[in-house]
Design a protein around this ligand. Structure first.
Ligand SMILES: CC(C)(COP(=O)(O)OP(=O)(O)OC[C@H]1O[C@@H](n2cnc3c(N)ncnc32)[C@H](O)[C@@H]1OP(=O)(O)O)[C@@H](O)C(=O)NCCC(=O)NCCS
Length: 150
């Protein structure tokens, strides 16, 4: 369990959500992005399309990376991506992201995504975790150095 997560009351949702459910949102940091998927974002099974979540994760991860780099960045690699639980239309998805490793020009960002089922504050599940690497680039799209992690 990540720092700041707490157990909450029993999840009343009838979808199959073992172990990792019964959380509240992290209370020690703010999400960089909050968004609600719409009917256009679902796959043939009726869950939210994984590609939609990946796009949001890429956007969310870019926020701390661009702040750290103080300028333009590009995504160079998706190091890992775990879909822990499905996301449904109407879930409020909160994206938490932080730079966890810095090289000379690259920054690896850890992104965690929580869904509040149908906006209910006590029905929270962690749905996704990912590591994404971004590179700071200059006006010629060439890698440029970034500051070290504090
Ligand atoms: C990212 C890009 C600028 C890197 O250019 P490059 O000439 O390969 O630069 P380098 O080889 O010096 O690598 C730059 C950094 O990226 C890192 N990197 C490169 N490939 C990587 C990979 N697969 N995984 C993790 N890091 C990687 C390098 O380790 C280096 O990090 P460091 O400086 O902290 O040590 C270039 O590959 C690019 O423009 N890619 C397209 C980016 C893009 O358009 N993204 C959106 C896709 S829709």
């Amino acid at each position: 369990m990540t720092t700041g997560e707490q157990h909450s009351s029993k999840n009343g949702d009838n979808r199959n959500e073992p172990d990792s459910s019964e959380l509240t949102l992290p209370n020690d940091r703010a999400p960089v992005l909050r968004v609600i998927p719409m009917p256009r974002d679902i796959n043939v099974a009726g869950d939210v399309f994984g590609g939609w979540i990946m796009a949001q994760v890429d956007l969310a991860g870019s926020v701390p990376a661009a702040e750290h780099a103080q300028g333009r960045i590009v995504t160079v690699a998706v190091n890992s991506f775990l879909f822990k639980q499905p996301v449904a239309v109407g879930d409020l998805c909160s994206f938490y992201a932080k730079v966890d490793k810095v090289g000379r020009t690259s920054m690896r960002v850890f992104v965690e995504v929580y869904a509040q089922r149908r906006l209910k504050p006590k029905e929270v599940v962690k749905v996704t975790e990912a590591y994404i690497t971004y590179v700071a680039v200059d006006e010629h799209r060439k890698p440029r150095p970034v500051p070290p992690l504090e």
